[in-house]
Design a protein around this ligand. Structure first.
Ligand SMILES: Cc1ncc(COP(=O)(O)O)c(C=O)c1O
Length: 396
């Protein structure tokens, strides 16, 4: 039996071809911290590839908190959460997140991906249905597989479509969980929480939100989508990650005490995986402090988002429905997308090409992450580079 089948061969040939043509820009070697400028393959670039929106991963106060925790705990805690993996600092972080979201309880995961798997697996099972926005993150889809529930999708952000779907489903299923990304990871628009809540009440459903790209960004104090709409009690379950707002790693789920407690004893991505390092907990706790103590980072992020989005629109780029730090440059052609990314890299801007199978070929795009630490000069230079490359490739 051959391990390398036709599918694997085809993929390998494609990557070899892209590398030969010098348009392959995935996983280039990064040689610096994730700041507004980043060194890639030895070249300094303006960083548009990260989700480190607030720039907290290198904030001096965060580094100090991590180094204090390092002295106390060492590199990691060497066990799963139910064994020796729940330190005093893990408890402090769980309590902090529960209070940030006004929820009874919280649990930490080693990654945001695992947090999504654990949420869906715990909330749903056979006889239940996951009701998903068509653009939810892959981690939610994988959680559905793990849970064994049925799944139905509605058109992205189309409340009418969701309403009629729930109306049909409620006759058949004992439990319906509406799942959305607070901010969509490829389009940068956000979920309509007030309308979701109205439908939840009307049809007797539950709501889970994925706060990955929303925490630290939306809301007057950065407490995400529920704060943005002033609806702290609208979601039943809130999942999220530390890989965006803190530029780190790790995830969480917040919700009612009994639900979280049950999850802590049964969710396989929690029980059968090592605990988040206390170093990360220390850095993330400090990042939560910074949300309150240094709101200027969020203000700068929003100034940058507005300046950058209007600059791109002025040049004639299609940025889809984006309203946040996630900015897609929709090119709609796989090869042009790869070429665009290579050319901007040569001119000192590093970003991420998103092509099939991550999106359909007609939705090919460059994904850009705006940072609070981008200077006006960074943004202006990037717009100049995009204008030149966009015109050369006939995109604008
Ligand atoms: C919307 C969304 N949810 C969940 C995740 C998974 O989080 P993590 O990368 O922290 O594991 C991501 C990461 O890309 C994401 O964009």
């Amino acid at each position: 039996m051959a391990l390398i089948n036709e599918t694997i061969k085809k993929q390998s040939e494609l990557v070899t071809l892209l590398k030969k043509e010098n348009i392959y820009t995935y996983s280039l070697e990064v040689g610096s911290a994730c700041e507004n400028h980043i060194t890639v393959n030895g070249k300094e670039c303006i960083n548009f590839i990260s989700n480190n929106y607030l720039g907290f991963s290198t904030h001096p106060a965060v580094l100090e908190a991590v180094s204090t925790a390092l002295q106390k705990y060492g590199l990691g805690i060497g066990g799963s959460p139910l064994a020796c993996g729940t330190t005093e600092i893990h408890y402090r972080l769980m309590n902090r997140i529960a209070s940030v979201y006004g929820q009874e309880s919280c649990v930490l995961y080693a990654s945001g991906y695992q947090a999504m798997l654990g949420s869906v697996q715990t909330a749903l099972g056979k006889g239940d249905v996951a009701v998903l926005d068509a653009l939810v993150h892959r981690s939610i889809l994988d959680g559905v597989i793990l849970s064994g529930c049925d799944t139905r999708m509605w058109l992205h952000n189309d409340i009418e479509d969701l309403g009629s779907l729930l109306d049909r489903l409620k006759k058949k299923y004992r439990r319906m969980l509406i799942m959305v990304d607070s901010v969509y990871s490829m389009d940068g628009d956000w979920a309509n929480l007030p309308e979701l809540y109205r439908l939840k009440k009307e049809h007797g459903a539950l709501i889970m939100i994925d706060e990955a790209h929303s925490l630290g960004v939306l809301g007057k104090t950065g407490r995400g989508l529920p704060e943005h709409f002033d609806m702290p009690n609208a979601p039943d379950i809130i999942s999220g990650t530390f890989s965006k707002f803190a530029g780190a790693i790790g995830g969480f789920v917040a919700g009612p005490y009994e639900f979280i407690d049950y999850m802590k004893h049964t969710a396989s991505p929690y029980v059968f995986s090592a605990s988040l390092s206390p170093l990360i907990c220390a850095g993330v706790l400090k990042s939560f402090d910074l949300l309150d103590e240094e709101p200027e980072w969020r203000q700068r992020l929003w100034e940058n988002i507005k300046f950058f989005l209007s600059g791109l629109a002025g040049l004639g780029f299609d940025t889809g429905p984006s309203k946040t730090a996630v900015v897609p440059l929709i090119i709609r052609d796989t090869i042009k997308t790869m070429l665009f990314n290579r050319k901007i890299f040569e001119m000192g801007v590093y970003a991420s090409p998103i092509v099939h199978p991550a999106v359909p070929p007609a939705e090919s795009r460059i994904r850009l992450g705006v940072m609070a630490t981008h200077t006006r000069e960074d943004l202006e230079k990037t717009l100049d580079v995009f204008a030149k490359v966009g015109k050369d490739l006939g995109i604008i």
